[in-house]
Design a protein around this ligand. Structure first.
Ligand SMILES: NC(=O)c1ccc[n+]([C@@H]2O[C@H](COP(=O)([O-])OP(=O)(O)OC[C@H]3O[C@@H](n4cnc5c(N)ncnc54)[C@H](O)[C@@H]3O)[C@@H](O)[C@H]2O)c1
Ligand SMILES: O=C(O)C(=O)C[C@]1(C(=O)O)C=C[C@@H](O)C=C1
Length: 386
């Protein structure tokens, strides 16, 4: 494969891949591309991370100098991404290089500065083989142990071709961009295109703000009485899931995207200040209307969040199945659902503190809810419909 000229039009060729950085993202990409028939090699400065990635089936360890990769995927922390991309472009002059960092403009800016610096080995021509990308899929856990081959299925994957920041002129070659799209599609993702600046302002709102909001809410819990925490239900778990994310990763993401993020945070601060003023005198004229308006504004924002494959928001019907809190119960419920032939669109498991039962909440198409509830009840499950 020559990423400057060879388009992935026959759909059959499987470039040899080197994944550089074998944590959550790198190992998930390795598992997914191997399943698609690629020869995947792994490399990480942490010998443990690369060995674990190999052991979970993400690929073979890369033996330096033995096989030249045709495609390098840099899945390293944001602050070393430009370094690793530049190193791969100069070391493997035939290879296409993609990165998956959560911020795109800072990486591009650093690469362009290096390419324009006569002292550096990197040239603008090298950047024709580079495409910045960002899979909008991840988890609040890090490292290869958390990796999943299906992490990207039906999730958006943003392709941000390299371009000159002042003229906007495209630098990534058309074939390199086509390969980036092809790789995202082979991993089951839905491809979106944006330039780096539009990407960064978009993720400030839809990814970085949720992380900050989760962390801020969860940090309120640090000194909460355990008697209060024992009452925690789904609301708190839903809102704080992201608060378990890795501080080392997020300090790099947030610091690299501070300009658009500050705008978004000002908007949030205005709303919080408005609410505080209202709550200080909720009985004052207009107070109740203000509170209702806040919740209604949230309703309308929430209703705009798209469904799978970027489809319009769809409301699924939910039903809950009560299970004993012991191994094998979720698999047993899902086996029975599969036997009924109903597709599960989403699933969530809840435990309530101090109880030995859990609840598997299944989201299904509204037209199939009753049929599934009846069939599961007949199979002996206790089903609650909402
Ligand atoms: N976690 C997410 O939800 C998510 C989602 C999309 C994109 N990303 C991006 O993917 C990249 C990797 O994130 P992750 O969640 O897999 O992190 P991770 O901590 O799970 O893995 C990062 C890996 O990079 C390795 N590494 C450190 N320095 C390196 C270097 N100089 N060269 C190569 N590897 C190096 C680490 O040893 C580690 O194994 C980041 O740029 C992140 O912004 C993360
Ligand atoms: O589900 C999650 O854990 C995530 O938040 C993943 C998420 C996101 O905001 O969607 C977080 C950061 C990454 O850059 C991409 C994906």
């Amino acid at each position: 494969m020559n990423p400057l000229t060879t388009l992935p039009d026959d759909g059959r060729s499987r470039p040899r891949v080197l994944v550089r950085g074998t944590g959550l993202l790198g190992a998930s990409i390795g598992i997914g591309l191997r399943a698609d028939g690629h020869d995947v090699r792994l490399s990480d400065p942490s010998s443990t991370a690369q060995a674990v990635a190999r052991d979970i089936g993400a690929g073979a360890l890369w033996e330096d100098g033995l096989v030249d990769p045709e495609l390098v995927v840099v899945a390293a922390p944001p602050e070393v991404t430009a370094d690793e991309v530049a190193a791969a472009l100069t070391r493997f002059p035939q290879a296409l290089v993609l990165d998956v960092a959560s911020v795109k403009d800072a990486v591009l800016r650093e690469l362009l500065a290096r390419a324009d610096d006569a002292e550096e080995p990197l040239s603008r021509e090298d950047l024709e083989r580079y495409v910045g990308t960002h899979p909008m899929a991840g988890r609040e856990q890090s490292g290869p142990v958390a990796a999943r081959g299906a992490l990207f299925t039906s999730m958006p994957w943003v392709i941000c071709p390299a371009a000159d920041r002042s003229t906007g002129e495209r630098i990534s070659s058309p074939a390199a961009v086509a390969w980036a799209e092809e790789i995202a599609s082979r991993l089951g993702a839905t491809v979106h295109h944006m330039d780096a600046a539009e990407h960064d302002s978009s993720v400030a709102l839809i990814s970085h703000l949720p992380q900050i909001a989760a962390s801020l809410v969860a940090s309120r819990l640090q000194d909460a009485p355990t008697t209060a925490l024992a009452l925690a239900g789904n609301g708190l778990r839903d809102v704080t899931r992201l608060a378990a994310s890795d501080p080392n990763l997020w300090v790099q993401i947030l610091a690299a995207n501070s300009v658009p993020l500050v705008d978004v945070l000002h908007g949030l601060r205005d709303d919080v200040e408005r609410l505080i003023r209202t709550m200080e005198a909720p009985e004052a004229p207009g107070g109740r209307a203000d509170i209702a308006q806040l919740i209604a504004e949230g309703n309308s924002g929430r209703a705009r969040v798209p469904g799978k494959h970027g489809a319009p928001p769809q409301s699924f019907a939910k039903l809950a199945v009560i299970v004993d809190d012991r191994p094998g119960q979720i698999a047993a419920v899902l086996d029975d659902v599969a036997a009924v032939g109903v597709n599960v669109e989403d699933m969530r498991m809840d435990h309530s503190a101090g109880h030995e039962v859990g609840m598997v909440e299944l989201s299904v198409l509204p037209g199939r809810q009753q049929e599934l509830a009846d069939a599961l009840a007949e199979m002996g499950w206790k089903v609650i419909q909402s």
